[in-house]
Design a protein. Structure first.
Length: 380
């Protein structure tokens, strides 16, 4: 009998105990503590099914989701880049005091769905980030045979869309920003200005701009070799480092060097003696947060909600309005998918239609019929 009743001092329990072979090697499976015979028989049935389906018995796991998540993060650099890992680590605080305390083998779809339902009034993008981080942890758990299936698979995530409409920075505001930066008359603020100019004329991300070296820019061939980025999130300035692992395969590319930017950089090189294109007075990497804060201090008074990615959006919008072929735009933007470029083109074009319609009909001023109606309407 695989199920046996064991008498205790105060009552009794049931035990599952049977022999089996794994890859021809004799083994014994034992587990006790079942309150009823039916419960013990159900467990025996599940274990024997594992033997048939997998050829081995799943180990008893008592790790919590928090513990598995921490283990996942410690080894995540195998599959994920530094900035992605940093973002996932920040997500833990949202679940560590709730589902994070659950034993991972006991987590079910309804537990996760209840958790995300409780966050329906939170930001949608953050909820998606939490789901992505949890997905990575559950996949890690499956690979390590802690669980056999992903309970997150059919969980739906809702939330408030708090994303702000992306408006490109105008050329006039761009010039005004540069003027104010240069008026500080310091090497550091001049470097900030150069970073802004590179972003404006190339659409490079801030991590890519700050990783550029002079050897990456060829003035004879008029090209920029984008081949690395700066790792900085969650690190001290002394720990900043450059990696050749880019956001996607398309991110690593040779892009054209515009004439305007070439002129800017030729002059900047006469001032900057260091190998890094953008750096501080000591030739060290610029702190992206310090750069952003310095620029936002200026743009706040200009009525602009600045973030460096705004320059990338401005670059893309400039391509759209100048009727650049969508395939060429994808290559210049280094989008991994043409869908991303198409979505951008559609968004900009739709807004352009609204502006065109308004500009055409606003030439006539307020509708005359409406003016008469308002004029003749008696006051309440």
């Amino acid at each position: 009998m695989a199920v046996a009743k064991r008498k205790l001092k105060h009552g009794s329990i049931y035990e599952v105990n049977f022999r089996y072979k794994q890859k021809g090697i004799p083994k014994r499976y034992t587990k006790r503590g079942f309150k009823t015979k039916k419960e013990a028989e159900r467990h025996e049935s599940e274990v024997r099914k594992q033997l048939i389906d997998k050829g081995y018995i799943q180990k008893e796991i008592h790790l919590t989701l928090n513990e598995v998540f921490d283990e996942f993060i410690r080894t995540a650099n195998i599959d994920y880049q530094h900035n992605t890992i940093y973002g996932m680590k920040k997500c833990k605080k949202y679940f560590e005091n709730s589902i994070g305390k659950f034993v991972i083998t006991e987590i079910r779809h309804k537990d996760l769905q209840t958790f995300f339902n409780s966050r329906a009034n939170e930001g949608l993008q953050m909820n998606k980030s939490i789901r992505k981080a949890l997905h990575g942890a559950f996949v890690f758990a499956i690979r390590n045979e802690y669980i056999t299936s992903n309970p997150l698979e059919y969980v739906k995530v809702k939330g408030e869309d708090r994303s702000q409409p992306k408006e490109p920075i105008s050329y006039e505001d761009y010039q005004e920003l540069l003027k104010k930066l240069k008026n500080r008359n310091t090497f550091r603020y001049d470097a900030y200005a150069v970073a802004i100019q590179i972003g404006y004329y190339t659409g490079l991300r801030i991590s890519e701009v700050l990783a550029l070296e002079k050897s990456d820019i060829d003035f004879d061939k008029n090209i920029i070799d984008v081949n690395k980025k700066l790792n900085y999130k969650g690190l001290k300035e002394s720990q900043y480092n450059v990696t050749h692992e880019m956001k996607s395969k398309k991110s690593k590319a040779i892009i054209p060097l515009p004439d305007q930017l070439k002129t800017i950089l030729e002059y900047w090189y006469s001032i900057n003696p260091y190998d890094k294109v953008v750096c501080n007075e000591k030739g060290e990497y610029i702190n992206p947060t310090s750069l952003g804060n310095a620029v936002r201090t200026i743009t706040k008074h200009m009525g602009i909600d600045f973030h460096f990615h705004l320059l990338r959006h401005t670059y893309a919008t400039t391509l759209v309005f100048n009727d650049v072929d969508i395939k060429v735009a994808q290559e210049l933007m280094r989008h991994s998918s043409s869908d991303t470029t198409l979505s951008l083109y559609t968004h900009v074009r739709e807004k352009s239609k609204i502006d065109i319609v308004n500009s055409v009909f606003n030439k006539n001023g307020v509708d005359l019929a409406l003016q008469d109606e308002i004029k003749n309407k008696p006051l309440a």
